[in-house]
Design a protein around this ligand. Sequence first.
Ligand code: AMP
Length: 197
Amino acid sequence: MKDSQKRVNLILFGPPGSGKGTQAKMLEKKFDLLQISTGDLFRYELGNNTPLGQKARSYMDKGHLVPDEITIAMLKRKMDQHNDVVGYILDGFPRTIAQCEAFDRFLDDRGEAVNSLISLIVDDNELVTRLLERGKTSGRADDANEAVIKNRIDVYKNETSPVYEYYNNKGLSVEIPGVGKIEEIHTRLSEMITNII
Ligand code: AMP
């Protein structure tokens, strides 16, 4: 890292099905970061039928966002449990402006900030195809139904895409084509991250 005192905070951004999870896992290994996926955290709670999972289920099954308050508290708890890492790669968070503001305040209290938001660009038709394909094996209720998939893409456009602008206004957002071979996309992301950290 250029500044060995500072932890890296990267956001991997993009619509559902853009490959955030796959790429974040590969980057986690390559750069020794901790991947945090709020979707995975919710699915873990859901799988264990915890009170948090029970609260989240109805929103997730419909493809709606879980309320900010619940999501932000869960994210902070996870980061506090792992505050000895080199850096984080967030996937699926932040998804609203309220989450961005809460996240920035949280990092500021730690003497840190977001380093970069990297947005994966994939067109809508490709997203629907990928998610329906994933739904055959993922066991995710929200991947199995085309109406729920379309709703998730709409929620992304209406509620989540402003997150790109929020960090773009701070000069931190970049875009990367999210189509092609997984390895090629990984190489593009790695080159970009090497320039950032
Ligand atoms: P994902 O695995 O990122 O596609 O997330 C699956 C579902 O979890 C989403 O459709 C939301 O219902 C919920 N979720 C995940 N991350 C967030 C977030 N940052 N804010 C609100 N809801 C979220």
